[in-house]
Design a protein around this ligand. Sequence first.
Ligand code: M6R
Length: 605
Amino acid sequence: MCGIIGYTGSQDSVPILLRGLTALEYRGYDSAGLAVLNEYGQIDLVKKKGRIAELQKALTDICVSGHTGIAHTRWATHGQPSDVNSHPHMDISNRFAIVHNGIIENYLMLKQALMNEGVLFRSQTDTEVIVHLIAKFYMGDLKAAVRAALKQLKGSFALLVLCADNPSSIVCAAKDNPLIIGEGEGENFIASDIPALLEHTKKIYRLADAETAEVTPDGIEIFGADGQRIQKAAQLVDWDVNAAKLEGNESFMLKEIREIPAALANTLARYTGKSNPLLTIDKKAFQNIDKIVIVACGTAYHAGLVGKYAIEKLVRLPVQVEIASEFRYGNPIVDARTLCVAISQSGETADTIAAVKEAKARGCVTLAVANVVGSSITYAADYSIPTLAGPEIAVASTKAYNSQLMALYCLCAHIAKVRGTLDKTALRAFYAGLKRLPALAKKLTEGDGGLIKLAASLKNEHSIFFLGRGLDYYVAMESSLKLKEISYIHCEAYAAGELKHGTLALVEEGTAVIVLLTERAIAEKTLNAVSEVKARRARVIAVAPKALDLTGAPIDKIVRIPDCPDLFAPVLSIIPCQKLAYYTARARGFDADKPRNLAKSVTVE
Ligand code: M6R
Protein backbone atom coordinates (compact mmCIF):
# COMPACT_ATOMS: atom_id res chain seq x y z
CA MET A 1 0.00 0.00 0.00
CA CYS A 2 1.31 3.45 -0.91
CA GLY A 3 3.91 3.86 -3.59
CA ILE A 4 7.23 5.49 -2.83
CA ILE A 5 9.90 6.77 -5.19
CA GLY A 6 13.05 8.76 -4.62
CA TYR A 7 15.72 10.07 -6.97
CA THR A 8 19.13 11.68 -6.59
CA GLY A 9 21.38 12.40 -9.57
CA SER A 10 22.19 14.95 -12.21
CA GLN A 11 18.79 15.01 -13.92
CA ASP A 12 15.78 17.02 -12.85
CA SER A 13 14.05 14.73 -10.38
CA VAL A 14 10.47 15.91 -11.02
CA PRO A 15 9.72 14.05 -14.30
CA ILE A 16 11.47 10.95 -12.93
CA LEU A 17 9.41 11.05 -9.75
CA LEU A 18 6.19 11.54 -11.70
CA ARG A 19 6.93 8.59 -13.99
CA GLY A 20 7.82 6.50 -10.95
CA LEU A 21 4.56 7.43 -9.26
CA THR A 22 2.63 6.49 -12.38
CA ALA A 23 4.30 3.09 -12.40
CA LEU A 24 3.35 2.66 -8.75
CA GLU A 25 -0.15 4.07 -8.79
CA TYR A 26 -1.58 0.57 -8.33
CA ARG A 27 -0.24 0.70 -4.76
CA GLY A 28 -2.62 3.49 -3.82
CA TYR A 29 -4.36 6.38 -5.49
CA ASP A 30 -6.06 8.50 -2.85
CA SER A 31 -3.53 11.32 -3.24
CA ALA A 32 -0.03 12.01 -4.48
CA GLY A 33 2.77 14.41 -3.71
CA LEU A 34 6.44 15.19 -4.03
CA ALA A 35 9.17 17.12 -2.25
CA VAL A 36 12.24 18.34 -4.11
CA LEU A 37 15.40 20.08 -2.92
CA ASN A 38 15.64 23.23 -4.99
CA GLU A 39 18.75 25.13 -6.06
CA TYR A 40 18.44 27.51 -3.10
CA GLY A 41 18.75 24.66 -0.63
CA GLN A 42 15.07 24.66 0.27
CA ILE A 43 12.49 21.94 0.00
CA ASP A 44 9.62 22.55 -2.42
CA LEU A 45 6.48 20.60 -1.59
CA VAL A 46 3.49 19.90 -3.85
CA LYS A 47 0.75 17.45 -2.90
CA LYS A 48 -2.78 16.86 -4.03
CA LYS A 49 -5.78 14.76 -3.16
CA GLY A 50 -6.81 12.42 -5.98
CA ARG A 51 -4.93 10.64 -8.73
CA ILE A 52 -1.45 11.51 -9.97
CA ALA A 53 -3.05 13.50 -12.78
CA GLU A 54 -4.14 16.04 -10.13
CA LEU A 55 -0.55 16.41 -8.95
CA GLN A 56 0.61 16.79 -12.54
CA LYS A 57 -1.99 19.49 -13.08
CA ALA A 58 -0.81 21.33 -9.97
CA LEU A 59 2.77 21.16 -11.21
CA THR A 60 1.91 22.91 -14.46
CA ASP A 61 1.10 26.09 -12.50
CA ILE A 62 4.26 26.20 -10.43
CA CYS A 63 7.90 25.79 -11.26
CA VAL A 64 9.46 22.99 -9.22
CA SER A 65 12.75 21.35 -10.05
CA GLY A 66 15.78 19.90 -8.35
CA HIS A 67 18.20 17.01 -8.53
CA THR A 68 17.06 15.22 -5.41
CA GLY A 69 13.47 14.44 -4.55
CA ILE A 70 10.99 12.05 -2.97
CA ALA A 71 7.40 11.27 -3.92
CA HIS A 72 4.45 9.24 -2.73
CA THR A 73 1.09 7.92 -3.92
CA ARG A 74 -1.18 7.21 -0.98
CA TRP A 75 -3.64 4.57 0.15
CA ALA A 76 -5.12 6.24 3.19
CA THR A 77 -4.96 4.53 6.58
CA HIS A 78 -4.94 7.37 9.14
CA GLY A 79 -6.75 10.52 8.07
CA GLN A 80 -9.03 10.75 5.09
CA PRO A 81 -7.70 11.52 1.60
CA SER A 82 -7.04 15.28 1.47
CA ASP A 83 -4.29 17.66 0.34
CA VAL A 84 -3.03 18.09 3.87
CA ASN A 85 -2.98 14.38 4.71
CA SER A 86 -1.08 13.59 1.49
CA HIS A 87 2.62 12.84 1.71
CA PRO A 88 5.34 14.17 1.86
CA HIS A 89 5.03 15.57 5.38
CA MET A 90 7.34 18.27 6.66
CA ASP A 91 8.44 19.50 10.06
CA ILE A 92 7.50 22.99 11.19
CA SER A 93 10.81 24.55 10.09
CA ASN A 94 10.39 22.96 6.63
CA ARG A 95 13.89 21.51 6.78
CA PHE A 96 12.83 17.88 6.63
CA ALA A 97 10.39 16.05 4.39
CA ILE A 98 9.38 12.41 4.55
CA VAL A 99 7.26 9.89 2.68
CA HIS A 100 6.11 6.78 4.50
CA ASN A 101 4.42 3.49 3.78
CA GLY A 102 3.15 1.44 6.72
CA ILE A 103 1.46 2.16 10.03
CA ILE A 104 2.90 3.74 13.16
CA GLU A 105 0.94 1.96 15.86
CA ASN A 106 1.99 4.19 18.77
CA TYR A 107 1.52 7.47 16.91
CA LEU A 108 -1.17 8.83 19.24
CA MET A 109 1.09 8.57 22.25
CA LEU A 110 4.02 10.08 20.32
CA LYS A 111 1.85 12.85 18.93
CA GLN A 112 0.60 13.80 22.38
CA ALA A 113 4.14 13.89 23.75
CA LEU A 114 5.33 16.07 20.85
CA MET A 115 2.34 18.39 21.21
CA ASN A 116 3.15 18.74 24.91
CA GLU A 117 6.58 19.94 23.79
CA GLY A 118 4.91 22.57 21.61
CA VAL A 119 5.05 20.82 18.22
CA LEU A 120 2.23 21.84 15.87
CA PHE A 121 0.69 19.15 13.71
CA ARG A 122 -0.79 19.85 10.31
CA SER A 123 -2.35 16.52 9.38
CA GLN A 124 -4.32 13.65 10.87
CA THR A 125 -1.80 11.06 9.71
CA ASP A 126 0.29 8.71 11.82
CA THR A 127 3.25 9.55 9.54
CA GLU A 128 3.64 13.14 10.65
CA VAL A 129 5.07 12.12 14.05
CA ILE A 130 8.11 10.68 12.28
CA VAL A 131 9.18 13.94 10.67
CA HIS A 132 8.77 15.85 13.92
CA LEU A 133 10.80 13.23 15.76
CA ILE A 134 13.58 13.48 13.17
CA ALA A 135 13.59 17.27 13.49
CA LYS A 136 13.72 16.92 17.28
CA PHE A 137 16.68 14.53 17.25
CA TYR A 138 18.62 16.29 14.48
CA MET A 139 22.00 17.60 15.63
CA GLY A 140 23.60 17.91 12.20
CA ASP A 141 23.68 14.17 11.41
CA LEU A 142 20.58 13.09 9.50
CA LYS A 143 21.30 9.35 9.72
CA ALA A 144 21.68 9.57 13.48
CA ALA A 145 18.47 11.59 13.78
CA VAL A 146 16.57 9.05 11.68
CA ARG A 147 17.91 6.16 13.75
CA ALA A 148 16.94 7.92 16.98
CA ALA A 149 13.43 8.57 15.63
CA LEU A 150 13.02 4.97 14.51
CA LYS A 151 13.76 3.75 18.03
CA GLN A 152 10.58 5.52 19.17
CA LEU A 153 8.34 3.88 16.60
CA LYS A 154 6.16 0.80 16.93
CA GLY A 155 4.70 -0.51 13.71
CA SER A 156 5.86 -0.90 10.16
CA PHE A 157 7.49 1.50 7.77
CA ALA A 158 9.32 2.12 4.57
CA LEU A 159 10.37 5.73 4.56
CA LEU A 160 12.49 8.25 2.71
CA VAL A 161 13.80 11.41 4.34
CA LEU A 162 15.03 14.61 2.72
CA CYS A 163 16.92 17.24 4.67
CA ALA A 164 17.57 20.76 3.39
CA ASP A 165 21.08 20.60 4.89
CA ASN A 166 22.07 17.54 2.78
CA PRO A 167 21.25 18.65 -0.77
CA SER A 168 22.02 15.44 -2.64
CA SER A 169 21.22 12.71 -0.19
CA ILE A 170 18.18 10.69 0.77
CA VAL A 171 18.12 8.65 3.95
CA CYS A 172 15.79 5.69 3.94
CA ALA A 173 14.71 2.93 6.30
CA ALA A 174 12.47 -0.12 6.29
CA LYS A 175 10.74 -2.44 8.71
CA ASP A 176 8.11 -4.97 7.62
CA ASN A 177 7.65 -3.00 4.40
CA PRO A 178 9.47 -3.31 1.11
CA LEU A 179 12.04 -0.73 0.02
CA ILE A 180 14.36 -1.19 -2.90
CA ILE A 181 17.36 0.87 -3.94
CA GLY A 182 18.12 0.88 -7.66
CA GLU A 183 21.71 1.55 -8.72
CA GLY A 184 22.29 3.76 -11.74
CA GLU A 185 25.36 5.51 -13.09
CA GLY A 186 25.90 8.81 -11.34
CA GLU A 187 22.32 8.59 -10.10
CA ASN A 188 20.40 6.32 -7.78
CA PHE A 189 16.77 5.50 -7.16
CA ILE A 190 14.69 4.24 -4.28
CA ALA A 191 11.23 2.73 -4.62
CA SER A 192 8.67 0.66 -2.81
CA ASP A 193 8.39 -1.71 -5.75
CA ILE A 194 10.34 -2.90 -8.77
CA PRO A 195 8.15 -1.55 -11.64
CA ALA A 196 9.11 2.04 -10.77
CA LEU A 197 12.78 1.21 -11.32
CA LEU A 198 12.62 -0.96 -14.41
CA GLU A 199 13.10 1.88 -16.91
CA HIS A 200 16.27 3.02 -15.08
CA THR A 201 18.07 -0.02 -13.76
CA LYS A 202 17.77 -3.72 -13.09
CA LYS A 203 20.42 -3.71 -10.37
CA ILE A 204 18.74 -3.51 -7.00
CA TYR A 205 19.40 -3.75 -3.26
CA ARG A 206 16.54 -4.63 -0.98
CA LEU A 207 16.56 -3.20 2.53
CA ALA A 208 15.96 -5.86 5.16
CA ASP A 209 14.11 -5.19 8.42
CA ALA A 210 15.64 -2.47 10.57
CA GLU A 211 18.20 -1.49 7.95
CA THR A 212 18.76 2.11 6.94
CA ALA A 213 20.62 3.56 3.97
CA GLU A 214 21.99 6.81 2.70
CA VAL A 215 21.67 7.25 -1.03
CA THR A 216 23.60 9.91 -2.96
CA PRO A 217 24.22 10.20 -6.72
CA ASP A 218 27.50 8.32 -6.36
CA GLY A 219 26.91 6.00 -3.48
CA ILE A 220 24.60 3.64 -1.67
CA GLU A 221 25.56 3.02 1.93
CA ILE A 222 23.53 0.48 3.86
CA PHE A 223 23.59 0.19 7.65
CA GLY A 224 22.36 -2.47 10.06
CA ALA A 225 20.12 -1.75 13.05
CA ASP A 226 23.21 -0.96 15.13
CA GLY A 227 24.31 1.71 12.66
CA GLN A 228 27.24 -0.37 11.39
CA ARG A 229 27.84 -0.26 7.63
CA ILE A 230 26.99 -3.54 5.89
CA GLN A 231 27.84 -4.86 2.44
CA LYS A 232 25.08 -6.33 0.33
CA ALA A 233 25.24 -8.09 -2.99
CA ALA A 234 23.12 -6.50 -5.71
CA GLN A 235 20.27 -8.54 -7.19
CA LEU A 236 19.49 -8.47 -10.90
CA VAL A 237 15.82 -8.23 -11.82
CA ASP A 238 14.92 -10.26 -14.90
CA TRP A 239 11.57 -8.59 -15.62
CA ASP A 240 11.17 -6.99 -19.02
CA VAL A 241 10.62 -3.24 -18.80
CA ASN A 242 7.66 -3.55 -21.21
CA ALA A 243 5.94 -6.05 -18.96
CA ALA A 244 4.98 -3.18 -16.69
CA LYS A 245 3.72 -1.02 -19.57
CA LEU A 246 0.36 -1.00 -21.31
CA GLU A 247 1.86 -1.62 -24.76
CA GLY A 248 -1.27 -0.54 -26.59
CA ASN A 249 -3.71 -2.42 -24.39
CA GLU A 250 -6.70 -0.55 -23.02
CA SER A 251 -5.98 -1.63 -19.46
CA PHE A 252 -3.50 -3.64 -17.42
CA MET A 253 -6.19 -6.08 -16.35
CA LEU A 254 -7.07 -7.00 -19.92
CA LYS A 255 -3.38 -7.13 -20.86
CA GLU A 256 -2.68 -9.42 -17.93
CA ILE A 257 -5.56 -11.74 -18.83
CA ARG A 258 -4.05 -11.95 -22.32
CA GLU A 259 -0.72 -12.86 -20.74
CA ILE A 260 -2.16 -15.89 -18.94
CA PRO A 261 -1.02 -18.44 -21.55
CA ALA A 262 2.58 -17.16 -21.37
CA ALA A 263 2.46 -17.01 -17.58
CA LEU A 264 1.29 -20.64 -17.46
CA ALA A 265 3.90 -21.78 -19.96
CA ASN A 266 6.75 -19.95 -18.19
CA THR A 267 5.78 -21.32 -14.80
CA LEU A 268 5.47 -24.88 -16.07
CA ALA A 269 8.76 -24.62 -17.98
CA ARG A 270 10.58 -23.65 -14.78
CA TYR A 271 9.10 -26.58 -12.85
CA THR A 272 9.86 -29.10 -15.54
CA GLY A 273 13.27 -27.74 -16.51
CA LYS A 274 16.78 -28.18 -15.18
CA SER A 275 16.37 -25.38 -12.64
CA ASN A 276 13.21 -26.84 -11.11
CA PRO A 277 13.07 -24.96 -7.78
CA LEU A 278 11.37 -27.90 -6.07
CA LEU A 279 14.56 -29.92 -6.40
CA THR A 280 16.39 -27.49 -4.11
CA ILE A 281 14.05 -28.31 -1.22
CA ASP A 282 15.11 -30.94 1.28
CA LYS A 283 12.86 -33.97 0.61
CA LYS A 284 12.32 -34.33 4.35
CA ALA A 285 10.17 -31.20 4.18
CA PHE A 286 7.66 -33.33 2.26
CA GLN A 287 8.34 -36.68 3.89
CA ASN A 288 8.45 -35.90 7.61
CA ILE A 289 5.05 -34.28 7.79
CA ASP A 290 1.54 -35.36 8.54
CA LYS A 291 -0.26 -32.26 7.36
CA ILE A 292 0.08 -29.15 5.25
CA VAL A 293 -1.33 -25.76 6.12
CA ILE A 294 -1.67 -23.20 3.35
CA VAL A 295 -1.82 -19.53 4.34
CA ALA A 296 -2.73 -16.70 1.97
CA CYS A 297 -5.11 -13.78 1.41
CA GLY A 298 -7.71 -12.96 -1.22
CA THR A 299 -7.05 -14.42 -4.63
CA ALA A 300 -3.99 -16.29 -3.37
CA TYR A 301 -6.20 -17.91 -0.71
CA HIS A 302 -8.56 -19.08 -3.44
CA ALA A 303 -5.60 -20.56 -5.32
CA GLY A 304 -4.64 -22.31 -2.09
CA LEU A 305 -8.05 -23.98 -1.95
CA VAL A 306 -7.46 -25.52 -5.36
CA GLY A 307 -4.01 -26.60 -4.15
CA LYS A 308 -5.61 -28.29 -1.15
CA TYR A 309 -8.00 -30.18 -3.39
CA ALA A 310 -5.20 -31.41 -5.64
CA ILE A 311 -2.85 -32.43 -2.81
CA GLU A 312 -5.55 -34.20 -0.82
CA LYS A 313 -6.68 -36.05 -3.94
CA LEU A 314 -3.26 -37.15 -5.16
CA VAL A 315 -1.16 -37.28 -1.99
CA ARG A 316 -3.87 -38.17 0.53
CA LEU A 317 -2.33 -35.81 3.06
CA PRO A 318 -4.64 -33.48 5.03
CA VAL A 319 -4.37 -29.86 3.90
CA GLN A 320 -5.85 -26.94 5.78
CA VAL A 321 -6.20 -23.60 4.03
CA GLU A 322 -6.21 -20.59 6.30
CA ILE A 323 -6.81 -16.92 5.66
CA ALA A 324 -3.44 -15.55 6.76
CA SER A 325 -4.90 -12.81 8.98
CA GLU A 326 -6.96 -15.41 10.87
CA PHE A 327 -4.12 -17.89 11.12
CA ARG A 328 -1.71 -15.49 12.80
CA TYR A 329 -4.04 -14.77 15.71
CA GLY A 330 -5.84 -18.10 15.78
CA ASN A 331 -3.50 -20.13 18.03
CA PRO A 332 -3.01 -22.60 15.14
CA ILE A 333 -2.43 -26.29 15.80
CA VAL A 334 0.77 -26.77 13.81
CA ASP A 335 4.17 -28.15 14.71
CA ALA A 336 7.37 -29.57 13.28
CA ARG A 337 5.36 -32.17 11.38
CA THR A 338 3.43 -29.48 9.49
CA LEU A 339 4.56 -27.96 6.22
CA CYS A 340 3.31 -24.38 5.94
CA VAL A 341 2.88 -23.17 2.36
CA ALA A 342 2.36 -19.42 1.96
CA ILE A 343 1.07 -18.07 -1.34
CA SER A 344 1.50 -14.43 -2.36
CA GLN A 345 1.78 -12.63 -5.66
CA SER A 346 3.55 -9.59 -4.23
CA GLY A 347 5.41 -11.42 -1.50
CA GLU A 348 4.77 -8.34 0.63
CA THR A 349 1.33 -9.02 2.12
CA ALA A 350 1.77 -8.22 5.81
CA ASP A 351 -0.64 -10.86 7.10
CA THR A 352 0.82 -13.63 4.97
CA ILE A 353 4.36 -12.79 6.05
CA ALA A 354 3.24 -12.69 9.69
CA ALA A 355 1.55 -16.09 9.24
CA VAL A 356 4.83 -17.52 7.93
CA LYS A 357 6.68 -16.14 10.94
CA GLU A 358 4.02 -17.59 13.26
CA ALA A 359 4.25 -21.02 11.60
CA LYS A 360 8.04 -20.92 11.83
CA ALA A 361 7.91 -20.01 15.50
CA ARG A 362 5.74 -23.09 16.04
CA GLY A 363 8.31 -25.34 14.38
CA CYS A 364 6.84 -25.73 10.88
CA VAL A 365 8.98 -25.87 7.78
CA THR A 366 7.80 -22.95 5.66
CA LEU A 367 7.62 -22.66 1.89
CA ALA A 368 6.65 -19.47 0.06
CA VAL A 369 5.07 -19.47 -3.40
CA ALA A 370 5.71 -15.91 -4.62
CA ASN A 371 5.62 -14.01 -7.87
CA VAL A 372 8.09 -11.29 -6.95
CA VAL A 373 11.55 -12.76 -6.66
CA GLY A 374 13.44 -11.48 -3.65
CA SER A 375 10.27 -10.14 -2.01
CA SER A 376 10.04 -10.13 1.78
CA ILE A 377 8.20 -13.45 2.01
CA THR A 378 10.98 -15.22 0.17
CA TYR A 379 13.30 -14.21 3.02
CA ALA A 380 10.79 -14.95 5.75
CA ALA A 381 10.21 -18.55 4.64
CA ASP A 382 12.67 -21.45 4.78
CA TYR A 383 12.18 -22.15 1.09
CA SER A 384 10.63 -20.23 -1.75
CA ILE A 385 9.41 -21.25 -5.16
CA PRO A 386 8.35 -18.81 -7.88
CA THR A 387 5.37 -18.22 -10.06
CA LEU A 388 6.49 -16.68 -13.32
CA ALA A 389 3.62 -14.38 -14.15
CA GLY A 390 5.82 -11.30 -14.58
CA PRO A 391 4.79 -8.00 -13.03
CA GLU A 392 1.08 -7.76 -12.25
CA ILE A 393 -0.06 -4.15 -12.19
CA ALA A 394 -3.88 -4.26 -12.17
CA VAL A 395 -5.17 -4.41 -8.61
CA ALA A 396 -7.42 -7.34 -9.49
CA SER A 397 -5.20 -10.37 -9.73
CA THR A 398 -5.59 -12.49 -12.87
CA LYS A 399 -2.50 -14.05 -14.44
CA ALA A 400 -0.87 -14.41 -11.02
CA TYR A 401 -3.77 -16.62 -9.91
CA ASN A 402 -3.43 -18.88 -12.95
CA SER A 403 0.33 -19.12 -12.37
CA GLN A 404 -0.22 -19.89 -8.70
CA LEU A 405 -2.46 -22.78 -9.74
CA MET A 406 0.23 -24.04 -12.10
CA ALA A 407 2.92 -23.86 -9.40
CA LEU A 408 0.62 -25.61 -6.92
CA TYR A 409 -0.12 -28.45 -9.37
CA CYS A 410 3.64 -28.89 -9.83
CA LEU A 411 4.17 -28.80 -6.08
CA CYS A 412 1.43 -31.39 -5.69
CA ALA A 413 3.01 -33.69 -8.29
CA HIS A 414 6.40 -33.29 -6.64
CA ILE A 415 5.08 -34.17 -3.18
CA ALA A 416 3.23 -37.14 -4.69
CA LYS A 417 6.47 -38.30 -6.29
CA VAL A 418 8.53 -37.86 -3.11
CA ARG A 419 5.93 -39.65 -1.00
CA GLY A 420 5.34 -42.30 -3.67
CA THR A 421 1.60 -41.76 -4.08
CA LEU A 422 1.77 -41.35 -7.88
CA ASP A 423 3.69 -43.71 -10.11
CA LYS A 424 5.72 -42.71 -13.15
CA THR A 425 2.90 -43.29 -15.62
CA ALA A 426 0.45 -41.24 -13.61
CA LEU A 427 3.00 -38.45 -13.21
CA ARG A 428 3.68 -38.43 -16.93
CA ALA A 429 -0.04 -38.14 -17.67
CA PHE A 430 -0.33 -35.39 -15.06
CA TYR A 431 2.40 -33.26 -16.63
CA ALA A 432 1.04 -33.97 -20.13
CA GLY A 433 -2.28 -32.53 -18.95
CA LEU A 434 -0.56 -29.44 -17.55
CA LYS A 435 1.37 -28.96 -20.77
CA ARG A 436 -1.84 -28.55 -22.75
CA LEU A 437 -3.14 -25.77 -20.52
CA PRO A 438 -1.32 -22.74 -22.06
CA ALA A 439 -2.73 -23.50 -25.53
CA LEU A 440 -6.22 -24.13 -24.15
CA ALA A 441 -6.03 -20.92 -22.13
CA LYS A 442 -5.07 -19.04 -25.29
CA LYS A 443 -8.39 -20.03 -26.88
CA LEU A 444 -10.15 -18.35 -23.96
CA THR A 445 -8.06 -15.21 -23.77
CA GLU A 446 -8.50 -14.34 -27.45
CA GLY A 447 -11.54 -12.29 -28.46
CA ASP A 448 -14.37 -11.45 -26.12
CA GLY A 449 -16.19 -14.78 -26.39
CA GLY A 450 -19.61 -13.08 -26.22
CA LEU A 451 -18.78 -11.82 -22.75
CA ILE A 452 -19.12 -8.12 -23.62
CA LYS A 453 -22.78 -8.70 -24.44
CA LEU A 454 -23.25 -10.79 -21.31
CA ALA A 455 -21.58 -8.08 -19.22
CA ALA A 456 -23.92 -5.47 -20.71
CA SER A 457 -26.87 -7.58 -19.60
CA LEU A 458 -25.49 -7.86 -16.05
CA LYS A 459 -24.33 -4.32 -15.52
CA ASN A 460 -27.43 -3.14 -13.68
CA GLU A 461 -27.76 -6.13 -11.35
CA HIS A 462 -27.80 -5.41 -7.62
CA SER A 463 -26.59 -8.83 -6.66
CA ILE A 464 -25.03 -11.77 -8.47
CA PHE A 465 -24.57 -15.28 -7.06
CA PHE A 466 -21.90 -17.78 -8.02
CA LEU A 467 -22.42 -21.49 -7.40
CA GLY A 468 -20.23 -24.55 -7.60
CA ARG A 469 -19.24 -27.74 -5.85
CA GLY A 470 -15.71 -28.88 -5.00
CA LEU A 471 -13.20 -27.20 -7.28
CA ASP A 472 -16.00 -25.27 -8.93
CA TYR A 473 -16.92 -23.76 -5.57
CA TYR A 474 -13.36 -22.49 -5.19
CA VAL A 475 -13.45 -20.96 -8.66
CA ALA A 476 -16.86 -19.49 -7.83
CA MET A 477 -15.25 -17.76 -4.83
CA GLU A 478 -12.50 -16.27 -6.95
CA SER A 479 -14.96 -15.26 -9.70
CA SER A 480 -17.19 -13.57 -7.17
CA LEU A 481 -14.25 -11.64 -5.68
CA LYS A 482 -13.16 -10.54 -9.14
CA LEU A 483 -16.57 -9.27 -10.18
CA LYS A 484 -17.34 -7.47 -6.92
CA GLU A 485 -13.96 -5.77 -6.52
CA ILE A 486 -13.98 -4.01 -9.85
CA SER A 487 -17.68 -3.67 -10.77
CA TYR A 488 -18.93 -2.89 -7.22
CA ILE A 489 -21.90 -5.19 -7.74
CA HIS A 490 -22.63 -7.24 -4.66
CA CYS A 491 -21.58 -10.85 -5.38
CA GLU A 492 -21.57 -13.97 -3.27
CA ALA A 493 -20.20 -17.43 -3.91
CA TYR A 494 -21.96 -20.44 -2.50
CA ALA A 495 -21.28 -24.13 -2.35
CA ALA A 496 -24.14 -25.37 -4.53
CA GLY A 497 -25.54 -27.66 -1.82
CA GLU A 498 -25.48 -24.90 0.77
CA LEU A 499 -27.72 -22.44 -1.03
CA LYS A 500 -30.96 -23.91 0.20
CA HIS A 501 -29.79 -23.56 3.81
CA GLY A 502 -30.58 -19.87 3.80
CA THR A 503 -29.31 -17.82 0.88
CA LEU A 504 -31.93 -19.17 -1.54
CA ALA A 505 -34.25 -16.68 0.18
CA LEU A 506 -32.46 -13.91 -1.74
CA VAL A 507 -33.11 -15.43 -5.15
CA GLU A 508 -36.10 -13.95 -6.94
CA GLU A 509 -37.30 -13.46 -10.48
CA GLY A 510 -34.41 -12.41 -12.71
CA THR A 511 -31.63 -12.80 -10.09
CA ALA A 512 -28.43 -13.62 -11.94
CA VAL A 513 -26.81 -16.89 -10.87
CA ILE A 514 -23.54 -17.97 -12.45
CA VAL A 515 -22.85 -21.65 -12.01
CA LEU A 516 -19.50 -23.37 -12.52
CA LEU A 517 -20.00 -26.87 -13.87
CA THR A 518 -16.64 -28.36 -14.69
CA GLU A 519 -16.45 -31.32 -12.32
CA ARG A 520 -18.25 -33.85 -14.41
CA ALA A 521 -18.67 -36.46 -11.67
CA ILE A 522 -20.73 -34.07 -9.55
CA ALA A 523 -22.24 -31.86 -12.26
CA GLU A 524 -25.59 -33.58 -11.86
CA LYS A 525 -25.66 -32.69 -8.19
CA THR A 526 -24.88 -29.07 -8.98
CA LEU A 527 -27.66 -29.11 -11.56
CA ASN A 528 -30.08 -29.80 -8.69
CA ALA A 529 -29.14 -26.42 -7.25
CA VAL A 530 -29.60 -24.91 -10.71
CA SER A 531 -33.13 -26.33 -10.81
CA GLU A 532 -33.81 -24.88 -7.38
CA VAL A 533 -32.80 -21.36 -8.38
CA LYS A 534 -34.57 -21.73 -11.72
CA ALA A 535 -37.75 -22.69 -9.88
CA ARG A 536 -37.45 -19.22 -8.27
CA ARG A 537 -37.13 -17.76 -11.78
CA ALA A 538 -33.45 -16.91 -11.52
CA ARG A 539 -31.48 -16.19 -14.66
CA VAL A 540 -28.86 -18.93 -14.90
CA ILE A 541 -25.52 -18.62 -16.68
CA ALA A 542 -23.27 -21.69 -16.72
CA VAL A 543 -19.55 -22.06 -17.32
CA ALA A 544 -18.99 -25.61 -18.54
CA PRO A 545 -16.59 -27.69 -20.66
CA LYS A 546 -17.52 -28.36 -24.26
CA ALA A 547 -18.06 -32.05 -23.67
CA LEU A 548 -20.57 -31.65 -20.86
CA ASP A 549 -24.02 -32.36 -22.28
CA LEU A 550 -26.41 -29.82 -20.86
CA THR A 551 -29.31 -30.54 -23.16
CA GLY A 552 -32.55 -29.76 -21.39
CA ALA A 553 -30.79 -28.23 -18.35
CA PRO A 554 -32.61 -25.13 -17.04
CA ILE A 555 -29.84 -22.77 -18.10
CA ASP A 556 -30.27 -19.48 -19.97
CA LYS A 557 -26.73 -19.07 -21.26
CA ILE A 558 -23.76 -21.41 -21.43
CA VAL A 559 -20.17 -20.13 -21.61
CA ARG A 560 -18.09 -23.01 -22.93
CA ILE A 561 -14.48 -23.72 -22.01
CA PRO A 562 -12.18 -26.28 -23.67
CA ASP A 563 -12.12 -29.80 -22.26
CA CYS A 564 -9.29 -30.77 -19.95
CA PRO A 565 -8.86 -33.07 -16.94
CA ASP A 566 -11.34 -31.90 -14.29
CA LEU A 567 -8.53 -31.28 -11.80
CA PHE A 568 -7.05 -28.62 -14.07
CA ALA A 569 -10.33 -26.95 -15.06
CA PRO A 570 -9.91 -24.06 -12.56
CA VAL A 571 -7.07 -22.72 -14.72
CA LEU A 572 -9.50 -22.40 -17.62
CA SER A 573 -12.90 -21.79 -16.03
CA ILE A 574 -11.66 -18.70 -14.21
CA ILE A 575 -10.69 -16.97 -17.47
CA PRO A 576 -14.21 -16.18 -18.76
CA CYS A 577 -15.11 -15.10 -15.23
CA GLN A 578 -12.11 -12.73 -15.08
CA LYS A 579 -13.11 -11.32 -18.47
CA LEU A 580 -16.75 -11.00 -17.46
CA ALA A 581 -15.67 -9.05 -14.38
CA TYR A 582 -13.56 -6.77 -16.54
CA TYR A 583 -16.24 -6.12 -19.16
CA THR A 584 -18.88 -5.55 -16.49
CA ALA A 585 -16.69 -2.95 -14.75
CA ARG A 586 -16.08 -1.31 -18.12
CA ALA A 587 -19.78 -1.34 -19.00
CA ARG A 588 -20.46 0.42 -15.68
CA GLY A 589 -17.84 3.03 -16.49
CA PHE A 590 -15.29 2.05 -13.83
CA ASP A 591 -11.51 1.92 -14.04
CA ALA A 592 -10.91 -1.81 -13.61
CA ASP A 593 -7.21 -1.33 -12.96
CA LYS A 594 -7.76 0.85 -9.92
CA PRO A 595 -10.88 -0.14 -8.02
CA ARG A 596 -12.00 2.20 -5.28
CA ASN A 597 -10.68 1.72 -1.73
CA LEU A 598 -8.19 -0.96 -2.80
CA ALA A 599 -4.47 -1.16 -3.47
CA LYS A 600 -2.33 -3.84 -5.00
CA SER A 601 -0.01 -4.80 -2.15
CA VAL A 602 -1.57 -4.97 1.28
CA THR A 603 1.52 -4.25 3.33
CA VAL A 604 -0.37 -3.23 6.46
CA GLU A 605 -2.45 -5.43 8.78
O1 M6R B 1 0.15 -10.17 -3.13
P1 M6R B 1 -0.76 -11.19 -2.56
O2 M6R B 1 -1.01 -12.35 -3.46
O3 M6R B 1 -0.31 -11.67 -1.20
O4 M6R B 1 -2.12 -10.46 -2.32
C1 M6R B 1 -3.18 -11.07 -1.65
C2 M6R B 1 -4.48 -10.36 -1.94
O5 M6R B 1 -4.43 -9.05 -1.46
C3 M6R B 1 -4.77 -10.33 -3.43
O6 M6R B 1 -4.78 -11.61 -3.95
C4 M6R B 1 -6.14 -9.66 -3.70
O7 M6R B 1 -7.16 -10.40 -3.13
C5 M6R B 1 -6.32 -9.54 -5.21
N1 M6R B 1 -5.63 -8.39 -5.69
C6 M6R B 1 -7.74 -9.48 -5.60
O8 M6R B 1 -7.86 -9.49 -6.98
